[in-house]
Design a binder for this molecule. Structure first.
Ligand code: FAD
Length: 380
């Protein structure tokens, strides 16, 4: 049975995880090894993931997805990230950008955009962050004019802004009497008035550019607003609810990949005439790391299950999982490099790349300080 059919039909999560792990190891691993720091968009890998149903997996059946649950989706994202957090980030970012469309898109918007996004033929990204937002709201604005919206403003740090065909832009709709209110708009790459800035020079995730963008009298059809006026905050919350378990999954994959490297090293390398694996201190370190990975994975699954069950605990568990898994990824990738000694400092062992990638996970989609505050709000 093909992997795509398996993903579409099997409820056995262990089987799905093992099938995706085999795909990444057997078909993707050698492509990744040719480009250790993953510069340039990974088209060849993307094609393999598309053909095997991994790209469309998280989306509903009615739009051409495989209707995966968030639990299954997180388990799959973590297996992809185990081999390439870069590719996993593209999967996650494309999925998150589609959340407003799936939730509030008009039938026409869904029919026009979703088939290509879900099949991975065209990519989407979302742009919320601004360099200097106004107190309590966004500076980027949208005003109506003769059946169109005119967008003005600037966004910073947009994942894959150059490569995405559709940009999901959050802007305040003018005139507005509600401070902090925003709406969500679809802007197609190439629309006059939209300029993508030079890439930022990120320290990790080199397979796609992260760039700012400028909107100058950028005209889009009025029908390109997603949902109702003022629905931006609620759609942002929906993205956040989805992103927390998924970023935890990315972090779990980074942890597992680092642990895999450390285990292989311990099995194959000798120190002072003995295999590293024979040293009790190395064994204790590996055990602690494995315990940390399983704890992060467990919390990730719990947060993803809360998402699937629409539980009241979703906000707390999602923030806790994002925070714990990403902090664990940061610590564990560094611990693994330390365990390898000088080898941990070499490009040849993919640890330094994972350290750089783990750092973004602690920052992206709300730094871990704000995640902790979210958890505390649920307690108090
Ligand atoms: C590579 C990259 C890609 C990105 N891609 C996208 C994208 O595609 N789309 C998009 O919209 N955005 C994107 N971003 C933006 C990113 O999501 C934000 O920069 C990130 O969420 C940090 O936002 P923040 O509000 O927590 O940080 P800031 O407000 O800048 O906070 C700075 C620091 O203060 C901490 N902090 C914040 N609030 C509190 C508090 N109340 N108490 C204590 N500490 C606090 C934060 O955790 C952080 O450490 C990207 C960023 C990067 C670096």
């Amino acid at each position: 049975m093909s992997l795509k059919s398996l993903l579409a039909t099997s409820d056995d999560q262990d089987v799905l995880v093992s099938a995706v792990e085999s795909l990444m190891r057997e078909q993707v691993g050698s492509l990744l090894a040719m480009n250790a720091d993953e510069w340039g968009f990974p088209w060849a890998v993307w094609q393999i993931l598309r053909e095997n149903g991994v790209v469309c997996f998280p989306f509903p059946l009615e739009h051409g997805g495989l209707s995966g649950s968030m639990v299954a989706n997180c388990l799959i994202v973590s297996e992809v990230a185990r081999y390439s957090a870069n590719v996993a980030m593209i999967l996650v970012s494309n999925h998150l950008a589609a959340v407003p469309l799936l939730s509030e898109g008009s039938p026409e918007q869904k029919e026009k955009l979703l088939p290509d996004i879900i099949a991975g033929r065209s990519l989407a990204t979302f742009a919320i962050m601004e360099l200097e937002p106004e107190p309590g709201g966004l500076r980027t604005s949208a005003r109506k004019d003769e059946g169109e919206y005119i967008l003005n403003g600037a966004k910073q740090l947009v994942t894959n802004a150059e490569g995405a065909r559709w940009l999901v832009i959050f802007a305040k709709e003018l005139p507005t009497s509600v401070p902090g209110s925003s709406s969500v708009f679809l802007v197609e790459q190439g629309t006059p008035g939209l300029s993508i800035l030079k890439r930022e020079g990120e320290i990790g995730y080199h397979g796609f550019s992260t760039s700012g963008l400028i909107l100058e009298e950028c005209r889009i059809p009025e029908s390109n607003r997603i949902g109702q006026a003022g629905e931006g905050v609620s759609l942002h919350t929906q993205i956040t609810n989805c992103s927390r378990p998924l970023l935890a999954a990315l972090a779990v994959g980074l942890c597992q990949g680092a642990l895999d490297t450390a285990v292989l090293y311990a099995r194959e390398h000798k120190q002072f005439g003995k295999r590293v694996a024979e040293s009790e201190s190395a064994r204790l370190k590996l055990a602690d790391m494995a315990i940390a990975v399983e704890a992060a994975r467990g919390l990730m699954v719990r947060a993803a299950a809360a998402f699937d069950q629409r539980s009241n605990e979703l906000t707390k568990l999602g923030a806790a999982a994002k925070c714990f898994a990403t902090d664990t990824a940061m610590r564990l990738t560094i611990d693994c490099a330390q365990m390898l000694g000088e080898a941990g400092y070499l490009h040849r062992f993919p640890l330094e790349r994972r350290i750089r990638q783990a750092k973004l996970m602690q920052i992206f989609e709300g730094g871990n300080e704000s995640q902790r505050l979210t958890v505390s709000r649920a307690l108090l």
